[in-house]
Design a protein around this ligand. Structure first.
Ligand code: GLC
Length: 471
């Protein structure tokens, strides 16, 4: 089957969050199973586009209201990512370093989607499946089903995967003229609560909707930033599929970002060496349990509570624990976390920023990963932690609930019910006890390293979905 994935992010081309990791891995594993999966993303002005070679395979134009833009389709020459990668370059809109957060994001991502459909049309491509990810590609299903100029594509099945339902890409009907002409009887497929809502539109128009974990799908019926009723109504065509991880990238035995490689047999010494190395870099004490948080410093991830969680944990357990934070986001949180470095020297440190290599080193060197998320559609960090023998401490929500079982229930992690300073600190206390119970601690680390969350297994589930649509 020929499957086109279209997304705003794809690792290592452009990454803001976990969406990139999924789009950068699933297609590779679909190809390994004998399919033909491609990825289409915007052509940003970033490191990847500068350092790799591309060939121009198509040029065309698109209309966005009164404006006309030229677009170019660039194909990465070597297929080194394990799939064909296509960039849609629209210089006026995407020739910038970042993925999101520009004032004209509506214009940028609408133009991206129109260019994609124009390209398919002008080159007579009819793939077997078009797989859209999140709201940035949410208008594609609508345009394919309802715009007469793309009528020839309306038999091609589309799938929407919701990685994060909080963001929906809303814009007003004053920008309706950005879209190709449709009959006014079809406008209901664009609208939710009186405005154009690309995520809602994709939930209505895609042939199938998947979420990145089964529990997240259940939760969306109760809490979906205004889309609860729509998701309840469309439930029959929705399915939760837990994300996988790329075991080739995330493998402590071969990971070339690590100073010391290890596997389940050499876990204890391997992790100790990595911990020692990490603690030296950040002035921490390798004899104490090392807790970490890695990720975006935003409310959704519970990061606003981190300064208080850390200061209470460090004051209550003086000289008993280390904490190391890696992330960026909300400036108040960044500030709070930086401040703490002055008070808890030797036991606490923070790296404010995004650093993929350091993340790998931390997974290898830390003992525990904190994930107090308020919302977590799947969460990949706990899966990386498991693979590197780092025990996750998670709030029971979304994909965290589906992938981490509390040690008290015969599992291997530490779980709490609320995103609260109290709950997380209680979990930290439990984690210190486990750390001191050396036999149990080691047994748990061995168990988690062997849990299989590979894409090999999960890609098959997507293939079944594709096949069910391709009768
Ligand atoms: C988003 C979600 C995260 C999920 C990722 C990949 O970033 O917040 O929970 O793991 O997408 O699907």
């Amino acid at each position: 089957m020929e499957i086109i994935h279209i997304s705003a992010e794809c690792y290592p081309v452009a990454k803001v969050g976990g969406l990139a990791d999924v789009v950068g891995a699933l297609p590779k594993y679909l190809n390994q199973l004998g399919h033909h999966a491609k990825v289409v993303v915007p052509g940003y002005d970033n490191k990847f586009s500068k350092e790799n070679e591309f060939e121009t395979i198509h040029q065309g134009q698109l209309r966005l209201g009164w404006f006309t833009f030229s677009y170019t389709i660039l194909k990465e020459k070597t297929n080194k990512l394990g799939f064909e990668l296509y960039l849609i370059a629209i210089p006026e809109l995407f020739d910038r370093p970042n993925v999101y957060s520009y004032e004209d994001d509506t214009e940028r991502f609408t133009a991206f989607q129109v260019a994609f459909l124009n390209w398919l049309t002008e080159t007579n491509q009819t793939p077997d499946i078009i797989h859209c990810h999140d709201h940035h590609t949410g208008l594609i299903s609508f345009m394919m089903s309802h715009a007469p100029i793309y009528q020839h594509l309306n038999h091609v099945p589309t799938i929407l995967t919701i990685h994060n339902g909080q963001y929906q890409g809303w814009f007003g009907f004053d920008k309706l003229h950005y879209l190709p002409q449709v009959s006014s009887s079809r406008l209901g497929f664009l609208e939710w609560n009186g405005i154009i809502n690309p995520l809602a539109s994709a939930i209505k128009c895609a042939w199938k909707v998947t979420t990145v974990s089964p529990s997240y799908l259940d939760e969306l019926s109760e809490k979906a930033n205004g889309l609860e009723n729509l998701l309840r109504f469309e439930r029959p065509k929705c399915l939760g599929i837990l994300n996988g991880i790329d075991n080739e990238v995330w493998n402590p035995k071969t990971d070339d970002m690590l100073e010391f490689n290890y596997d389940v047999k050499t876990l204890s010494t391997g992790k100790s060496k990595n911990k020692k190395y990490l603690c030296e870099q950040f002035n921490l004490d390798p004899t104490k349990p090392l807790f970490t948080f890695i990720g975006r410093l935003v409310g959704e991830k519970g990061a606003d509570l981190l300064p208080e969680i850390c200061s209470i944990a460090l004051s209550r357990n003086p000289n008993e624990i280390n904490i190391l934070i890696l992330g960026s986001g909300d400036s108040n949180v960044e500030h709070g976390l930086t401040q703490l470095t002055h008070f808890y020297k030797g036991n606490y440190n923070a790296y404010i920023g995004y650093n993929e290599k350091l993340a790998h080193i931390i997974y290898a060197g830390a003992d525990y990963l904190l994930m107090p998320s308020r919302v977590e559609p799947c969460g990949l960090n706990q899966l990386y932690a498991l693979r590197y023998g780092t025990i996750p401490i998670v709030r029971r929500t979304g994909g965290l609930k589906d992938t981490v079982i509390d040690i008290g229930d015969g599992g291997f992690g530490i779980c709490h019910d609320q995103t609260s300073v109290y709950d997380v600190n209680y979990s930290i206390t439990r984690a210190i006890d486990l750390y001191n119970d050396v036999k149990n601690f080691d047994k748990t680390r061995k168990t988690i390293m062997q849990i299989d969350h590979s894409w090999e297994k999960v890609a098959q589930e997507y293939i079944e979905v594709y096949q069910s649509l391709k009768k």
